[in-house]
Design a protein around this ligand. Structure first.
Ligand SMILES: Cc1cc2nc3c(=O)[nH]c(=O)nc-3n(C[C@H](O)[C@H](O)[C@H](O)COP(=O)(O)OP(=O)(O)OC[C@H]3O[C@@H](n4cnc5c(N)ncnc54)[C@H](O)[C@@H]3O)c2cc1C
Length: 333
């Protein structure tokens, strides 16, 4: 039986553990923090499983691999909602909607009544919308907890300590899977942080049932419903490793955009302000790298929940079938 140590239990580490436990491996997951919790980037995610929408700003491989996420999460956790995603723009920004439409596929074009019918609380202010009906969303925190509990039930051991990456100290007979996110920057110099700022608000007067993206040339916003009047508002994309401080500008812009969607959001209670830096390679495409018995899974950028299932499958194929992953930057074994 293989002996495997997974370092980091954000979304990457947990999805890899889930795929490998199916192969009857002996797995220990080590995390320096008590996760799921606010120390991991995964805690702050919106939880959108939106492969076709992401096609607007990324490469085809992300759209293709991202499609694995919806059946994978639906099979493994309870809270996946497959209600689609709705994209709108104020009339002065309709050019943005056209641009989004040109760069994506697998949507229906809605006129004003169609938008209102889908989400009555948007009112009549949006003349057009794009509806990606096959997309889904989940609650990241609930999903990570559920995955972790399931792994514990299946015999995975979780250890709360900081792992030292020192080639001389670890057992060469083990396979070590490095899922430390941005903390792997000490070994992988090309990793960088892309700061994301978000809010959790409570506004029971509004009832949205799917993620809504408001396009804007400078400050695009999305709102993800978490149920019971709770919404996640996100998210900025700033070149920075800062994972602590939201700027006054970002806070104002996120709230202004929510107010533009529906002024009732002006009455919302702010429950949380969150900030983290997304682990990203220069091309914003994730990568699986292997050196001897260490495999690294990193660079999930803004696609952690969207891509971790596909990356986990590739890690399993690499270990058990010696198959070279579709996403790889450097390979030596
Ligand atoms: C505001 C925001 C919104 C987002 N929205 C979405 C979204 O809607 N959909 C989507 O798919 N993605 C989204 N993302 C992106 C997603 O959150 C990230 O891609 C993902 O969390 C990266 O996961 P990870 O497991 O690689 O890293 P992390 O979640 O950071 O996990 C790394 C873990 O490693 C542990 N660790 C580090 N060093 C050590 C060590 N030496 N020893 C032991 N443990 C260690 C850390 O404690 C941590 O728990 C969003 C991100 C942000 C910031």
């Amino acid at each position: 039986m293989f002996q495997i140590k997974i370092i980091g239990s954000g979304v990457a580490g947990l999805c890899v553990a889930k795929e490998l436990i199916e192969k009857k491996t002996n797995i220990t997951v080590i995390d320096k923090c008590n996760v799921p919790g606010p120390e991991s980037c995964s805690w702050w995610a919106g939880g959108m499983l939106a492969p076709w929408c992401e096609g607007e700003s990324t490469e085809k491989i992300i759209v293709d691999l991202g499609q694995e996420s919806i059946p994978w999460w639906s099979k493994n956790v309870k809270n996946v909602v497959q209600n689609g995603s709705l994209i709108v723009a104020l009339s002065r920004d309709e050019r943005e909607l056209k641009r989004f439409q040109r760069r994506t596929e697998n949507y229906d074009i809605l006129e004003n009544e169609g938008v209102c019918e889908l989400e009555p609380d948007l009112g009549k202010k949006f003349n057009k919308g794009l509806f990606f009906k096959n997309e889904a969303h989940l609650s990241p925190r609930d999903s990570l907890s559920e995955l972790k509990n399931d792994l514990i039930k299946n015999g995975v051991e979780f250890v709360n300590e900081e792992f030292q990456f020192d080639e001389n100290t670890y057992d060469k007979k083990e396979i070590i899977i490095d899922c430390r996110g941005l903390a792997s920057k000490d070994e992988q110099k090309s990793l960088r942080g892309v700061k994301g700022e978000m809010l959790i608000i409570e506004c029971p007067e509004i009832n949205f049932t799917r993620p809504i993206r408001l396009l804007h040339p400078r400050i695009p916003l999305y709102i993800v419903p978490r149920g019971k009047g709770i919404y996640m508002l996100g998210a900025t994309m700033i070149e920075s490793n800062d994972n602590k401080n939201i700027s006054a500008r970002s806070l104002m812009e996120l709230l202004n955009a929510a107010y533009a969607i529906n002024p009732i959001f002006g009455e919302a209670k702010i429950k949380e302000i969150g900030v983290d830096a997304r682990p990203s390679y220069p091309d914003n495409i994730p990568s699986i790298r292997r050196k001897d018995n260490v495999i690294s899974v990193n660079g999930l950028f803004r696609h952690g929940f969207l891509l971790a299932p596909a990356l986990a499958r590739m890690v399993s194929e690499l270990i058990f079938e010696n198959k070279v992953p579709e996403i790889i930057s450097e390979y030596s074994s």
